[in-house]
Design a protein around this ligand. Structure first.
Ligand SMILES: O=C(O)c1ccccc1NCC(=O)[C@H](O)[C@H](O)COP(=O)(O)O
Length: 214
């Protein structure tokens, strides 16, 4: 089985972005949601644009106006968007069509907050438009909760769309992640459990975790 990729989300500070980029994660996430403690809307776009091209620069949005999403994709040179609110399949299709017409390799990641009541059937309407799903813990703050959900709930996931696993993944999670045998697990998404403060990642912890993943 292919080793899942790694996404480090919630990057904020230029020096820290370069420090983490040097560890060669597959994705770096920038949160363009004003309600987040990791809001990156003030970040210099040149810092993001200058990242090595192997790193997928991912903008995270929550129920944002689609015109603004498209504007920020261009402003920051993003390769992917992660739609982390209650965006409809039609909204996702509009974004995907607009951007893929000029950037065919662009990726759309649709996030869902999972709990015991989560309706996996709703995903069917998104399967043609999402390149990936992202399964996070359901919380009122949308994301970055540091809380893990019960991964056995994913036994109910029957579609073929590859997914990112997220929510409360910490340094101690490596062993459990290595035990997952689902070929649809495309990437592991980490955030607050690797922080010194919101938006500031601990490079030492990241190196240790990355080395433990198989
Ligand atoms: O991190 C945030 O502050 C955030 C706020 C609003 C929407 C999404 C947000 N984060 C998106 C992510 O992809 C996080 O990595 C994901 O929620 C997991 O976070 P954590 O539980 O802290 O590992």
């Amino acid at each position: 089985m292919k080793r899942p990729e790694l996404k480090v989300c919630g990057m904020l500070h230029p020096k820290n972005i370069l420090e983490v980029a040097a560890l060669q994660p597959d994705y770096l996430g920038f949160i363009f949601f004003k309600g987040s403690k990791r809001y990156a809307g003030e970040l210099d776009p040149e810092v993001v644009k200058a990242l090595p091209e192997q790193i997928q620069r991912t903008g995270v949005f929550v129920n944002e106006d689609s015109e603004l999403v498209l504007e920020l994709i261009h402003k920051y040179g993003l390769n992917a968007v992660q739609l982390h609110g209650a965006e409809s399949p039609e909204y996702c299709r509009g974004i995907a069509q607009s951007i893929k017409a000029i950037q065919p390799e662009f990726k759309l990641i649709k996030s869902f907050g999972v709990n015991a009541d989560f309706d996996f059937e709703q995903l069917e309407a998104y399967q043609e438009v999402a390149d990936y799903f992202l399964f996070d813990t359901q919380t009122p703050d949308h994301g970055g909760s540091g809380k893990k959900f019960d991964w056995s709930l994913l036994d109910k996931y029957t579609l073929d769309v590859p997914y990112f696993l997220s929510g409360g993944i910490g340094p101690e999670s490596a062993e459990a992640l290595n035990a997952i045998r689902d070929p649809r697990l495309s990437a592991i998404d980490i955030n607050s459990r690797f922080e010194l403060e919101p938006g500031l990642k601990d490079a030492g912890k990241l190196i240790e975790f990355k080395n433990k993943l198989s």
